[in-house]
Write a protein that binds this ligand. Structure first.
Ligand code: BG6
Length: 491
């Protein structure tokens, strides 16, 4: 592998994301020599830390990866700390001085990655100072990685985008959606465009409906404060779910490049029908978990969670039906659902195919409808695919017997496969934006979500509830039943 050259300036270097995801991912890249001699990291945050202390924190954060003492020394020696108040212009001058020193020391060719791993309210300020205080290097690349949430609605997202666009061009901005770093989310393109048996059927002539479930068993944990202001729609649908929809629904790109793929994703997202008030009520349901149990384990209700308003009407569950107004998808519902404290953690896509035009076996033993063929993509925790087909039941007579062709990556493969953040950091170093969201995707997604949120906010009384560790409120099941369908959810 190539020894990628870059200086990482991490805003929020003392934070949780940096410790949990960024430092371990950088270490994995270091081990694989995707970064090696020519990289340096400046961690910044308000606290006064020494380089030594920073290196100890980095050391702690990678313990699980069992570094040897030699690896540790050489890896952490590339880390520098600079206390930094993001609103103080003068401090950017100090930062630039350190940055250019490190550029010389490690021969980084002026390549810079600015990583915003902190409270979104500062994103704009930082980007503007980076520009005004000349922290952008003149040789080499300048890239900005920015974490979610990207705004809280279309308007705030646009304001944020305008402010970062004053310093960075669209092709320098890498907006993270960590789902796009997941192996099986990336596999959607492989399945579609690498298999003619699927892509040729990938349309309204053959597909009856598509189902996307992002179920979580955990509650809001330590993030009640953030979550209570956000809710499931903004936390999961605006970003992760709509990104998955875009990958499933887009037209085939002419070539597998970031530009071509993102162009198609943008069109797909812009083709999702924007509902009016009545349609929102018919097609979207929300829910909030109440206390519940699984076996003998008891779980508190959302209102009892830490940092959550006990009268909160924030949704912890969303289910909805999206329609995509293109020739390809005319009339095919994309059912989506996500929630906290559901039965289990499971992210899955089900492509439910139409049944055969007539049941020729009705004269034999198969008097009921022939079951649908279903292609399932298992995103997590297990990763793989399955395809259900109909065979003949063994014996005399002629009834259908559904069989499931099942494939899962082995646990060994999974253990050795790179983590989402590791892949995304490497993509950024290579300047490949395929797995990052373009502004036009973000904008289209917010427009869809804003309308739903707006209708909900008008009436926050009587939000459906569901007992913790169940699959959501009854309304979510009715949504499909009213269409004569049901959620596919098998192990
Ligand atoms: C985050 C949400 O974006 O995704 C969290 O803010 C959620 O609320 C998380 O738990 C789920 O990610 P993963 O990778 O665990 O499925």
């Amino acid at each position: 592998t190539q020894d990628n050259k870059a200086l990482f300036i991490i805003f929020g270097g003392t934070g949780d994301l940096a410790k949990r995801k960024l430092y371990p991912s950088l270490f994995r890249l270091f081990r694989k020599r995707a970064i090696n001699k020519h990289f340096a990291v400046i961690g910044t945050a308000r606290r006064e830390w020494t380089n030594e202390h920073f290196r100890e924190v980095v050391t702690d954060s990678i313990q699980e990866l069992n570094p040897t003492p030699k690896e540790l020394d050489s890896f952490t020696s590339h880390f520098y700390y600079q206390a930094h108040n993001v609103t103080n212009t003068q401090e950017y001058v100090t930062l630039e001085k350190l940055a250019s020193e490190l550029d010389d020391t490690y021969q980084l060719d002026g390549n810079r990655v600015f990583y915003l791993a902190m409270a979104p309210s500062f994103f704009g300020t930082i980007a503007q100072h980076i520009k005004s205080e000349h922290i952008l290097s003149e040789n080499g690349f300048n890239r900005l990685i920015i974490e979610k949430p990207f705004g809280t609605d279309y308007q705030t997202a646009k304001e944020l985008n305008d402010s970062i666009s004053a310093a960075f061009t669209e092709d320098q901005i890498f907006r993270i959606d960590h789902y796009l770093g997941k192996e099986m989310v990336q596999n959607i393109s492989a399945i579609r465009f690498g298999n003619n048996i699927f892509e040729s059927l990938w349309n309204h002539y053959y597909i009856d409906n598509v189902q996307i479930t992002l179920a979580e068993s955990l509650g809001v944990e330590e993030r009640g404060g953030y979550y209570d202001k956000s809710g499931a729609l903004k936390d999961m649908v605006q970003n992760h779910i709509l990104q998955i929809v875009a990958l499933l629904a887009m037209e085939p790109p002419t070539i597998f490049s970031d530009h071509a793929i993102r162009t198609e994703k943008i069109s797909a997202l812009e083709s999702i029908r924007i509902y009016n008030e009545k349609e929102v009520k018919e097609n979207f349901v929300r829910g909030q978990y109440s206390k519940g149990h699984l076996g003998s384990n008891q779980f508190p209700g959302y209102h009892e969670e830490k940092d959550v308003d006990p009268t909160s009407s924030t949704e912890t569950f969303v289910a909805g039906k999206l329609m995509i107004d293109t020739f390809r998808w005319a009339g095919v519902p994309f059912y989506i659902r996500t929630g906290k404290r559901l039965t289990e953690k499971g992210t899955r896509i089900n492509i439910v195919f139409k049944t055969t035009p007539i049941n020729v076996f009705r004269s034999a033993d198969q008097t009921e409808d022939i079951p649908e063929n279903i292609l399932t993509i298992y995103i997590q925790p297990t990763e793989g695919f399955s395809l259900t087909l109909n065979g003949k039941e063994i014996g005399s007579g002629f009834a259908m017997d559904p069989v499931k062709l099942n494939y899962r990556h082995s646990s060994e493969t999974l253990e050795n496969s790179p983590e989402a953040y590791e892949k995304l950091l490497l993509d950024c170093l290579k300047g490949d934006a395929t797995n990052f969201t373009h502004w036009d995707e973000v904008a289209a997604s917010w427009k869809i979500v804003d309308v739903i949120k707006h209708v909900w906010d008008k009436d926050n009384s009587n939000i459906p509830t569901y007992p913790a560790r169940t699959m959501g409120p009854k309304e979510a099941f009715d949504l499909l039943e009213n269409d004569g369908r049901s959620w596919v959810w098998e192990p």
